[in-house]
Design a protein around this ligand. Structure first.
Ligand code: SF4
Length: 158
C-alpha cells in the first residue's frame, strides 16, 4: 500500500511511471503471469473507487483537514491538462507541509472538482484510509490503463 510519505515525498511516482511504461510496452491485454498478479496486487492495495460528486462531498465533509493540489501523476505527463486532486485528513496535512497542496474548505474542494467535471472521480486508499480524490484523466491514469489491459481494479462506490 502507498503511504502518505510516498505521496508527500514524491516517490509514489516511480511505481506509477514504471507500471505505465510496462502497459505501454505490452500490445493488447497483459498476460496473466506472475507480473500481472504482482501489479494487480499493488493496485488493489489502493482500493480505488469511482465516486459521484455527491459521494466525494460526503468524504470531504467528514474530513478533519482538506487540501487541494495538482494530481500526483501529472508530473509524468507535462503536456497534460491541469487537474487538481483533493487530499483529505493526514494526507492533506502532509501535502501542505511538503508544499504540494494548499489548505481548503469543503466549498473550495467542491468547486475544484466541478472544474474537472466529465473526468471520473476516483478515491484512493493511502496509509490505510481513503484520502485522495482525483478527477482522473483516463488516458494517463494507471487505474484506467490497467482496466484497458484487462486488469479489473476499479469499482463504483455503492
Ligand atoms: S489520474 Fe489516476 S494515476 Fe493519476 S493521480 Fe489521478 S488517480 Fe492517480
Amino acid at each position: 500500500m502507498a503511504t502518505i510519505e510516498e505521496y508527500s515525498g514524491g516517490t509514489i511516482l516511480a511505481g506509477i511511471g514504471k507500471t505505465l511504461m510496462y502497459f505501454d510496452a505490452v500490445a493488447g491485454s497483459v498476460p496473466r503471469d506472475e507480473k500481472f498478479h504482482h501489479i494487480l496486487h499493488k493496485i488493489d492495495a489502493f482500493e480505488p473507487l469511482i465516486l459521484t460528486l455527491g459521494q466525494a462531498m460526503e468524504y470531504i465533509r467528514r474530513a478533519e483537514a482538506i487540501a487541494i493540489g495538482e494530481r500526483v501523476c501529472r508530473v509524468l505527463h507535462p503536456d497534460s491538462v491541469c487537474s487538481e486532486s483533493v487530499f483529505l485528513d493526514d494526507l492533506a496535512v502532509a501535502m501542505v507541509r511538503a508544499g504540494k497542496a494548499k489548505n481548503a474548505d469543503a466549498e473550495d474542494a467542491r468547486k475544484s472538482l466541478e472544474k474537472s467535471s466529465g473526468r471520473p472521480l476516483i478515491i484512493s486508499r493511502v496509509s490505510g484510509k481513503h484520502q485522495e480524490i482525483c478527477p482522473s484523466v483516463p488516458s494517463e491514469c494507471v487505474y484506467w490503463q490497467a482496466e484497458k489491459k484487462g486488469m479489473r481494479c476499479l469499482k463504483r462506490k455503492a
